[in-house]
Design a protein. Structure first.
Lengths: 328, 246, 293
């Protein structure tokens, strides 16, 4: 009885939320659309990072390596070989995955762990950035612009922000579903086991090396796909926004603040960060870097007071409350 | 039938010889106890059998197959599970999730793995703690969890590293009863234990190692009368006696 | 690839050694903190930048000679390091390593962007005539401020080395870096040692900042340029290895400078990262370290 009740409620909730999200663009101006697109976009990237960092416990400080690979793969294929950006998106994912498997193979085979893995990833992203700079300065000193084709779903280009809103929302929803799908299955349990204790995981029959590579492949694939979205949204790319350390940091900030290793952590984190960055921009618009200063302070605060992020903190409080109730 | 054979194993750490030319056989269905003074190389032996350490020379055979070169997870998949002396829980996961991870070794579906894990938690007496995080457990419960995880992989042979040590007497008796219960399921047990009373009553046979070498082997009552064994332990007992006096 | 002539090669070796001294000083601060607390300090570069700005503002506002400002930048950075350790690092000492890394990352984001907010991203330089002079030996030109930086860096390193080897406080720090529990049992107050190590590490990088200000530009993101090289030096010399950081700094300094003569543009940095990844993968204990089990 109560089970059926629960189900009706869940369906109702999904319908209401879904309706709200789908209907929102009717009421929102350009500015707010962009705000939501950025939330969905960073929630998507954060979810991608979360699978490797939050679930499998391999903290990467250089996810820009995959992101930038995605940005450049689909754009260059489009410009030089006329490849459709949707196909380019898939190929970008595959390229990102290939890079992920390569660096993952080396790192995990030679036992790079914790901060060392984080730094190696950072160095990888910086190396790719240097290559991109070297290559671009003679060819595209002003960055690469994707030729405009007007409104076209086929070419993944729109004058209006609304289609981007829906696409980014679908991407994010897909990533969240995928995370949930992984979380409740064997593969998710294995990721968490590796995060918590590698030797114990190995002793229970888990091929730690293989599962780390799987997490890396999924994470890198999605991140690179996000890169293509970025190219198609801005239609102009350059090295710093593709491979820069800033992108790596923005990707991981969301899940860290919202709660790494939880499904909704990246979304919550992205929402908070976008909100903070927009508010500071409105109040202190003239000064560059203020929103990053706030990001830094938030990061320090979260690490000290909420080491498992906001979702982790909520779960902990919830655990304490329910425990208190059963005792009385 | 011999289910596990350790053959002429030598393991060095730098200049230190931890295991020297060590051989013994484990018969199907028995409980074989490994004893020896502190630093005799018991835990190293477990680490070598389960491939966490590679031996310099010698081989390990499981059901006649050479498993020396396999990786630890492959050894578990073959049906050889272990516990760790210093318990290794997945700290931030619940007790149930911990055991489920073991069960996934032979069950791919989440629902069935949950059922299997609950069965094992019931048997070891941790069922009430199933939704608690592993970090919040007491030492006694951690040892049980360690054992439950290994049992969930459905092993043919299980290596138990000091699962009784550190328990109070009631917990110790529960644990001993559970180990007997494991044996009745047809699982072969290799046991390291510091608590002499426990190992002498549990083991069908005993192997004594000292400075990484086997110095005696036989029934518990035979081994305890072996002069070489008494001599090896004399030093330790002397130290023990001194500790108790101060 | 370019093939430089012998004079250019000599010139780059000498410049490399001089820069190497500064790298060593930055790296020693980093490696000291890592050795004692096992923390990779991501904010090291931002703290160096603060050292540079201290020198810059002291000169611009009060006309203090840049080398005299060592007397200010060292104590300022030392106290700043103590405070950071006490209020930000202490709470996460037992946290997972990646959380410690994230904390220092947050700190560096905060400091750098605060500097950006306060002082703008403009490139500033110290315009003092005597800093433009150079000594010429044969074909090799040695810039005066680089020479001073090199000798000061060596002097400070020697001083620090003496302090760690021969004073009780220094011995306590070394003991804590070798074995945490051992240090505890002999009654060393670890909290104080951590504070001190972080303070000294920060003072080192602050001094390096002051010494670099005369021959480099000053802006909020300048620290990263030195510190990324310092990470490579630290990994190269072995994490926590004092002598390794000193020698590693000189080697990397020369390698970078000679590399720049061969490979123009961005490639020299590319090679530094490449070496960094290779060492992490294949020789994580550093070139001078031994693998411990």
């Amino acid at each position: 009885m109560s089970n059926i009740h629960q189900k009706t409620w869940n369906i109702l909730l999904i319908v209401v939320l879904g309706g709200l999200i789908l209907g929102l663009p009717l009421f929102l101006g350009k500015y707010y659309l962009h705000f939501f697109i950025m939330i969905f976009f960073f929630a998507f990237l954060g979810s991608a990072w979360n699978i490797l960092g939050g679930y499998a416990g391999q903290f990467s400080f250089g996810h820009a390596a995959f992101f930038g690979t995605g940005v450049f793969t689909s754009t260059l294929l489009q410009i030089h070989a006329g490849v459709n950006p949707w196909i380019g998106m898939l190929l970008a994912g595959i390229a990102g995955m290939g890079l992920g498997l390569f660096i993952g193979f080396l790192s995990f085979r030679y036992g790079l762990r914790g901060p060392y893995f984080a730094l190696a990833m950072l160095a990888l992203a910086e190396m790719l950035k240097l290559i991109a700079i070297e290559w671009m300065t003679s060819r595209y000193p002003l960055g690469i612009t994707i030729p405009l084709r007007g409104d076209s779903l086929l070419y993944f280009q729109f004058r209006d922000k609304v289609p981007y809103y829906y696409i980014s929302f679908l991407m994010m929803a897909g990533a969240l579903f995928l995370t949930r799908f992984i979380e409740v299955r064997k593969i998710g349990s294995y990721f968490k086991a590796i995060r918590e204790n590698e030797s114990a995981a190995e002793a229970l029959g888990i091929n730690v090396f293989r599962y780390k590579l799987i997490a890396m492949a999924i994470s890198a694939f999605l991140t690179a796909v996000g890169g293509t979205f970025y190219s198609q949204y801005y239609l102009n790319i350059e090295e710093e926004s593709a491979f820069g350390a800033g992108i790596s940091i923005e990707i991981l900030m969301g899940p860290i603040i919202g709660g790494a290793g939880t499904v909704f952590g990246p979304l919550l984190g992205a929402g908070i960060l976008e909100f903070l960055s927009e508010t500071t921009r409105n109040f202190l618009g003239g000064y560059s870097g203020v929103h990053l200063m706030i990001y830094g302070a938030v990061l320090v605060f979260v690490i000290i007071f909420l080491p498992h992020g906001i979702m982790g903190g909520l779960q902990e409080t919830f655990r304490k409350i329910t425990k208190g109730q059963t005792k009385t | 039938m011999i289910i596990l054979e350790v053959k002429e194993i030598t393991k060095r750490f730098g200049g230190l010889v931890a295991l020297k030319d060590l051989s013994f056989k484990l018969r199907q269905g028995e409980i074989l106890g490994i004893i020896g003074p502190n630093g005799a190389g018991k835990t190293t032996l477990f680490n070598v059998i389960t491939s966490f350490h590679r031996p310099e020379t010698g081989k390990i055979f499981f059901k006649g197959e050479d498993i020396t070169e396999l990786r630890p997870y492959q050894i578990c998949r073959k049906g050889l599970a272990r516990t760790f002396q210093i318990t290794q829980p997945f700290a931030n996961l619940t007790v149930l999730e911990n055991v489920k991870i073991g069960a996934y070794n032979h069950i791919p579906s989440s629902r069935e793995a949950t059922d299997e894990a609950l069965r094992i938690l019931e048997a070891v007496g941790l069922i009430e703690k199933r939704n608690e995080r592993a970090t919040s457990l007491s030492i006694g419960h951690r040892k049980k969890l360690e054992l439950a995880k290994a049992m969930a992989t459905r092993p043919e042979v299980i290596l138990l590293d000091e699962v009784v040590a550190g328990l109070n007497s009631r917990e110790a008796n529960d644990m001993i009863a559970y180990i007997h219960h494991i044996q009745k399921q047809g699982i072969t047990i290799l046991l390291i234990e510091h608590v002499m009373k426990a190992i002498m009553s549990l083991s069908n046979r005993i192997v004594v190692i000292h400075y990484g070498q086997k110095i005696s082997e036989g029934k518990p009552e035979e081994v305890s009368k072996d002069p070489k064994v008494i001599e090896a332990y004399l030093g330790e007992e002397y130290i023990l006696a001194k500790h108790q006096r101060s | 690839m370019n093939f430089p002539g012998l004079p250019l090669l000599l010139q780059s070796i000498v410049s490399g050694i001089l820069m190497g001294g500064v790298y060593s000083l930055v790296a020693i601060g980093l490696t000291l903190i890592f050795g004692v607390m096992q923390i990779i300090n991501f904010a090291h570069g931002s703290l160096m930048m603060l050292g540079m700005f201290t020198t810059y503002w002291l000169y611009v506002l009060m006309g203090v000679d840049p080398y005299l400002s060592l007397l200010f930048s060292i104590p300022i950075c030392f106290v700043l390091g103590l405070l950071i350790e006490r209020f930000l690092i202490t709470p996460v000492l037992d946290a997972p390593a990646h959380n410690q890394l994230l904390l220092t990352l947050g700190l560096s984001l905060f400091i750098e962007n605060l500097a950006l907010f306060l002082w703008s991203p403009n490139f500033r330089t110290l315009d003092i005539p005597y800093l433009q002079t150079a000594v010429t030996v044969g074909t090799v030109m040695i810039s005066f401020p680089k020479l001073v930086a090199f000798f000061f860096a060596l002097l400070l390193t020697a001083f620090l080395y003496y302090f760690l080897k021969n004073t009780d406080l220094g011995k306590a720090i070394r003991a804590a870096s070798m074995e945490r529990e051992g240090a505890l049992t002999v009654g060393i107050n670890l909290r104080w040692v951590y504070c001190l190590a972080f303070g000294i590490g920060t003072a080192c990088v602050g001094a390096a900042g002051t010494l670099s200000a005369p021959f480099f530009y000053v802006n909020p993101s300048v620290g990263g340029i030195f510190v990324i090289t310092a990470y490579v030096v630290v990994v190269f010399g072995g994490m926590g290895n004092f002598i390794g950081a000193l020698v590693g700094g000189l080697i990397i300094g020369v390698a970078e400078s000679v590399g720049a003569a061969f490979f123009p543009g961005q490639l020299k940095k590319f090679i530094i990262y490449f070496i960094f990844i290779l060492i992490l993968l294949f020789k994580p204990e550093g070139i001078f370290g031994r693998r411990s089990e």
